[in-house]
Design a protein around this ligand. Sequence first.
Ligand SMILES: C[S@@+](CC[C@H](N)C(=O)[O-])C[C@H]1O[C@@H](n2cnc3c(N)ncnc32)[C@H](O)[C@@H]1O
Length: 239
Amino acid sequence: MRSALLSQLADRFGSDKGSLHGDRHRYAQFYELLLHEERNSLGKMIELGLARGGPEDPQFGATERQCDSPSLGMWVEYFPQAEIFGFDISDFSHLERRHDRFRFFRGDCGREADLIRLREAVGRDVDLVIDDASHASFHQQLALKTLFPCLRPGGLYVIEDLHWQPPHIEASLPAVPRTYDWLKALQDGNGLTSLLWSADDLRMLAGSIASLLVLTDLQVPGSRYRNAIGAMRKRQASE
Ligand SMILES: C[S@@+](CC[C@H](N)C(=O)[O-])C[C@H]1O[C@@H](n2cnc3c(N)ncnc32)[C@H](O)[C@@H]1O
């Protein structure tokens, strides 16, 4: 069945976006619903965060590791034409040798200069950005602010795991509202200013978003934890 393909790939490659591995978020079914029509034409995507077990995970915490990326495996197979840009605090450059459509940028979502380096390399015609990196609010919002301009009109920006912020990282970063609350406020038309977002920044962002969705729990039987995911579609030039 067409609507199950991405979930099957997530399970085959070991991503927690599927229904078998890690926290079994089942986000793959949400991506499939939104993206299956673009499967064979999607030209560029970015994923922030490439494999479980980075500094956000108190059990592992490693940045020096050489491992595979389950989600990269699944995206390479699902989008046969796409150029895929990966960004991570750990080094995944070895995967460029395995996948000729993959380019890796090593960097920290908390460092604007690293995100700008990525932004300048990818151009302004990206179809899809997925933030599945540390899940810390400051990182999520700095990345959104820096990378939203890369999206083409009609492109999609997704932030995963809004329900959980790693406490040790969240506490060590500049204080901003939780991204879940910040997105809900943006959706309600009020907006929450902070050191990252002036009232003008919020107005500009709100004016360039065609639709904004925040889903919680996603009705996911079998998931081990709660889920929450946010998605924004960039406005078409003519809207
Ligand atoms: C949840 S995992 C990604 C899982 C992967 N997308 C999948 O579906 O299989 C999070 C990743 O984010 C990376 N990460 C953590 N903190 C980061 C930061 N500050 N900047 C960039 N990447 C970070 C970790 O190294 C780890 O690879």
